[in-house]
Design a protein around this ligand. Structure first.
Ligand code: FES
Length: 174
């Protein structure tokens, strides 16, 4: 009696298995590319972004009142921190308005709140006439110059315009 050849039954044949692996790999690749593309698009500023004009508000002898009605008093010539959205996408940056002389009528400088060491927000201390970083102790003078601590550079300056009693911020200087 002749024996019939035995065939091995597998759940999936090799070609079907390869097709499933290829399909899964392709889907994972498409999803990954989508995420990577979204991350790159988020990180790279679009043309014209990063310098959006934003009114800081109305400047008086002793305060600045923002468009939302919030008032910031000058403390020894510095008011803030204000929130500036440079891109219009909610990229909030803290900034301070500075009068070099406490008796100046307008605004002489707009300084960023971000410490140039590792990015902590600095706080204005009127008593010591300095910006102080709570993280590692960097100290900046009223013009934003780093005077002690690990900060490697001055605070960032921002472009701004003054028209009458209105101040408009227009992006960070590079
Ligand atoms: S982040 Fe300001 S001193 Fe380190």
């Amino acid at each position: 009696m002749a024996s019939t050849p035995q065939t091995v039954q597998t759940h999936t044949s090799p070609s079907r298995y390869n097709f499933m692996i290829l399909t899964a790999t392709t889907l994972i690749g498409i999803v990954s590319i989508g995420y990577i593309g979204a991350a790159i698009a988020y990180l790279i500023p679009r043309k014209g972004e990063g310098s959006r004009p934003q009114s800081l508000g109305t400047v008086t002898a002793d305060s600045i009142t923002g468009p939302d009605g919030t008032s910031y008093s000058f403390q020894n010539g510095v008011a803030g921190p204000f929130i500036y959205d440079a891109t219009g996408r909610g990229d909030a940056q803290g900034i301070y308005a500075v009068r070099k002389s406490a008796s100046s009528p307008g605004v002489d400088l707009i300084l960023g709140q971000t410490c140039t060491h590792l990015g902590c927000p600095v706080a204005w201390t009127a008593q010591s006439n300095s910006f102080n970083c709570p993280c590692h102790g960097s100290v900046y003078n009223k013009e934003g110059q780093n005077i002690s601590g690990p900060a490697p550079a001055p605070l960032y300056k921002y472009n701004f315009t003054s028209k009458g009693d209105q101040v408009t911020v227009q992006g960070r200087q590079s």
